[in-house]
Design a binder for this molecule. Structure first.
Ligand SMILES: NC(=O)c1ccc[n+]([C@@H]2O[C@H](COP(=O)([O-])OP(=O)(O)OC[C@H]3O[C@@H](n4cnc5c(N)ncnc54)[C@H](O)[C@@H]3O)[C@@H](O)[C@H]2O)c1
Length: 157
């Protein structure tokens, strides 16, 4: 199966890409390498060096690779950055994520997987704050939770 892993040069995405390749799948990774590392990238993976905010670029890459599955991990994942510049955080994590989702739908991708956040299971920011001992986690938690709520299918009302 052809699988696109966004954020495939990062911590989690690179392991996901390795596992797909070990299972015999054809993998491309889409990453801008802003925090990802070339050393993380499996040599058998095709590399698409792109920013998820570049909607046309992402659409062209997905149309050319024609994945059946997109597994979305590309993200601004650093807590201090998300607190210092929440607008940038939202542009990458929400708008960029929606670019990947929209272009995947338009390209007929069969399955879209995205990594969620543990914050959905700890529903109050007070609880998150208690875990971290500071109020920074509540800020990134809210952004991550917003993204998860946008991306996850809802039950019919
Ligand atoms: N690490 C954890 O414990 C954990 C837990 C729950 C959820 N998550 C989520 O998993 C995802 C990946 O986390 P991670 O720990 O692997 O982070 P990471 O920072 O190691 O990986 C993110 C990857 O995305 C790439 N990236 C960043 N901005 C990009 C952009 N604009 N366009 C294209 N690529 C871009 C980076 O270069 C990097 O390779 C994030 O959404 C994070 O919120 C992580």
């Amino acid at each position: 199966m052809k699988i696109l892993v966004t954020g495939g040069a990062g911590f989690i995405g690179s392991h996901v890409a390795d596992a797909y390749i070990a299972a015999g799948h054809e993998v491309a990774i889409l990453d801008d390498f802003s925090t990802g590392n070339e050393a993380n990238v499996n040599r058998e993976a095709e590399v698409l060096r792109l920013d998820v905010r570049d909607k046309e670029g992402v659409a062209a890459a997905i149309a050319a690779f024609r994945p059946e599955v997109v597994n979305h991990h590309a993200a601004q994942s650093e807590v201090p950055k998300s607190v210092a510049d929440p607008g940038f955080d939202a542009t990458v994590n929400i708008v960029g994520g929606l670019n990947v989702l929209r272009t995947s739908i338009d390209a007929g991708v069969r399955k879209f997987i995205f990594i969620s956040t543990g914050s959905l299971s700890s529903s109050t920011s007070a609880r998150s704050t208690a875990h971290s001992g500071s109020n920074t986690r509540c800020c990134v938690t809210r952004t991550s939770t917003a993204r998860a709520r946008i991306f996850m299918p809802r039950k019919a009302e």
